[in-house]
Design a protein around this ligand. Structure first.
Ligand code: GLN
Length: 270
């Protein structure tokens, strides 16, 4: 079997780009190798790995889970089915957080529901003067996040528990979160590989706002004066988020769109 034949085998089963990436991961060859030397033989174990991945991808399993990693903000993060796959729209949360930490000498930041750790680790690396904590309920997710922090050289203090529970008495300049915000029964949960992702990271099992309500309700008591809260949410949750923030005593509640122009992050400050 050759590289060229491998791509032919996947035709009509999976996306061409996915086939190319899976072949590169299975064989260790580069895109240039595929183009320049399609006659290169593929050794048996790599061929078997590739064929198995093609079948699983054809059945809807996300590519990131097959190869065990995904990119976010130019960095490669390890992922497993215990954590959500990084979404590009979460970059908005990072940009807004970094802007608010500018000029602070030693800001304290906490990421609630860190999952693979992309938010906490990106902030720790891009705002090196910050002290970053990250919380998750899932020990399996925390193990992935710790591995990512170690590999990428980020200093993050990881804590196990529910939202603010492991933070008793501590105060922060910024609370960030990408909580589960898809409503139970949303048809979206059955599409685009979401059935393979951890449901506890996607949906609150209720109306989609339950975790956001819990975070907003307790945030003020964990923030320093003038501290900020920023969180990601669904396309139709901007107004409800701003109302929750204002009702909890926050100032200047706002909603920011993602790169597709969809309401994605809301926030406010004390
Ligand atoms: N944005 C994700 C999706 O709709 C959901 C992420 C989340 O719930 N935090 O697929």
């Amino acid at each position: 079997m050759t590289l060229g034949e491998a791509l032919t085998v996947a035709r009509g089963k999976i996306d061409r780009l996915d086939a190319r990436l899976l072949l590169e991961y299975a064989t260790g060859c580069t895109h240039t190798d595929l183009l320049a030397r399609p006659e290169t033989p593929v050794i048996a174990p790599a061929w078997a790995q590739y064929l198995a991945w093609v079948e699983r991808r054809a059945a809807g399993e996300p590519l990131a889970y097959l190869v065990g990693e995904a990119e976010f903000r130019g960095r490669i993060f390890q992922v497993s089915p215990d954590v959500l796959i990084p979404r590009p729209e979460t970059e908005v949360l990072i940009e807004l957080a970094l802007a608010r930490m500018q000029g602070l000498e030693r800001p304290r930041i906490v990421d609630l529901g860190t999952g693979s750790g992309i938010v906490a680790i990106s902030l720790a690396l891009e705002c090196p003067q910050a002290e970053v904590l990250a919380v998750d309920l899932s020990p399996a997710a925390l193990a992935v996040a710790r591995t990512n922090a170690g590999r990428l050289g980020a200093r993050v203090d990881f804590r196990a528990g529910s939202w603010f529970a492991p933070l008793a008495g501590e105060r922060f300049d910024l609370i960030v979160s990408n909580p589960p915000y898809v409503a139970a029964g949303d048809p979206h949960l059955a599409l685009n590989g979401l059935p393979f992702e951890p449901q506890m990271a996607l949906t609150d099992g209720a109306d989609g706002l339950a975790c956001i309500r819990a975070i907003v309700a307790d945030a003020a008591s964990c923030l320093k004066p003038a501290g900020h809260l920023l969180f990601e949410h669904g396309y139709d949750q901007g107004e409800a988020s701003r109302n929750l923030l204002t009702a909890a005593g926050f100032q200047a509640a706002f909603t920011h769109p993602d790169l597709a122009g969809i309401d994605r992050v809301s926030g406010a400050h004390l």
